[in-house]
Write a protein that binds this ligand. Structure first.
Ligand code: PMP
Length: 397
């Protein structure tokens, strides 16, 4: 039997562990998590929560909008609870086609492809648009689904410092052959925006493609919520692909890739995360389509979400809290430790407020945070109340 050196050196290994228990190592990892204060648990939320919601990604307050829920219910009645198959077999309905056409038109791209989640959209885009030998230049703060796309691809990934187009340029300059730059448009932990215009220029000058994950920009940034690429003048760009989720500002579920028609056709034919996955449930497609139409009719929702974020940030900063200046609808407030963040979030909950709590490993820099969602439908009174609760519960120091 070969010796497993990794196991020999594992500092968490319990010397009394039963070697015949194939899951014994799980207990050791769980104990290490408990010691580090990093245990996660699922907490089902009640349908009618008494808490003021600053934790969800329902940026525009559309998840429960009657037009959205009615469209989802109608779609389920007409097409069934599930899509019944992959998109290339039985899983494409007229709703999927309408949603794709309207999403592409709204964001200013030639074509779109709807997938079962934003996560799948990122896996699909990154794996289908790269090959062995492609260089991927990836921002250090990119979302896990982009990172997993890099891992699944057979490309070489160079991770560059956060929001640093100069660093991206330098790496690209040292490479010959196909290259792709990957970035979140709005970073999910701190809510800061990527320098898309400068990244696009770096790519254009070097013949690299740009893939932008606009999960947090769609519905919030750009004219009427058309997204960060639209705001940066990248709509219709022939060398840019954009991924979005339907689960945040559109209040539904699912994801999409937008871009030039030839890119979308390539994905349909080669993206494994698209081809081998059951199509998006009709209810989710119908709900997202209704939300998109609402956003077109009520473009002020996007501006309101941004205004709520700015207001939360200003008030929290004025109270001495370390709030990061928000570029979209995510407001991040730093906490001194994971334990303090957890206690802070629990105290907010006791005060009637649901907030997000980000701890390692979700935060690669190790700094725990409260993550607040600046929902467009929050009233000024609710913002004031939320700030009062967060400030009252803040850890000392
Ligand atoms: N990209 C980013 C930046 C995200 O924050 C998320 C959701 N957390 C995703 C992609 C994945 O989207 P979905 O939840 O639709 O799978």
């Amino acid at each position: 039997m070969p010796q497993d050196q990794d196991q020999e050196q594992d500092p968490d290994r319990d010397p009394g562990r039963d070697d015949r228990d194939p899951f014994g190592w799980i207990d050791e990892e769980a104990a290490a998590r408990r010691r580090a204060g990093l245990v996660r648990t699922l907490r089902p939320r009640p349908a009618a929560s008494p808490l003021l919601d600053l934790a969800s990604n329902d940026y525009l307050g559309l998840a429960r909008h009657p037009a959205v829920t009615a469209a989802a219910a109608d779609a389920a009645r007409l097409w069934g609870a599930g899509a019944t198959g992959s998109r290339l077999v039985t899983g494409s309905t007229g709703l999927h086609a309408e949603l794709e056409a309207e999403l592409a038109d709204f964001c200013g791209f030639e074509a779109a492809l709807v997938l079962s989640s934003g996560y799948a959209a990122n896996l699909a885009a990154v794996t289908a648009l790269t090959a062995r030998g492609t260089l991927i230049v990836s921002d250090a703060a990119n979302h896990a689904s982009l990172i997993d796309g890099c891992r699944l691809s057979r490309a070489v990934t160079a991770v560059v410092p956060h929001a640093d187009p100069g660093a991206a340029a330098k790496v690209l300059d040292g490479h010959e052959g196909r290259a792709v730059v990957l970035t979140d448009a709005v970073f999910s932990v701190d809510g800061d925006a990527a320098p898309l215009d400068r990244l696009a220029a770096v790519c254009r000058e070097r013949g690299a493609a740009l893939i932008v994950d606009d999960a947090h920009g769609l519905g919030v940034l750009g004219e009427g919520g058309r997204g960060a690429p639209y705001a940066a003048g990248l709509a219709g760009s022939p060398d840019t692909a954009v991924t979005v989720t339907l689960s945040k500002s559109l209040g539904s579920q699912g994801g999409a890739v937008l871009g030039p028609a030839r890119v979308i056709e390539h994905l349909v034919n080669t993206a494994r995360a698209f081809i081998f996955d059951t199509g998006l449930a009709p209810a989710a497609a119908g709900g997202a389509l209704a939300a998109l139409r609402l956003l077109r009719r009520e473009p002020e929702r996007a501006a309101r979400a941004r205004a709520v974020a700015a207001s939360l940030h200003e008030r929290l900063t004025a109270a001495g809290l370390a709030s990061v200046r928000p570029d979209a609808a995510v407001v991040s407030v730093r906490a001194p430790s994971p334990e303090a963040a957890l206690r802070w979030a629990a105290d907010c909950r006791a005060g009637g407020l649901a907030v997000g709590c980000f701890r390692p490993p979700s935060v690669p820099d190790g700094v725990s945070r409260l993550r607040l969602t600046a929902r467009a439908d929050l009233t000024d009174d609710q913002i004031e109340r939320a700030v009062a609760v967060i400030v009252a519960a803040a850890p000392a120091g």
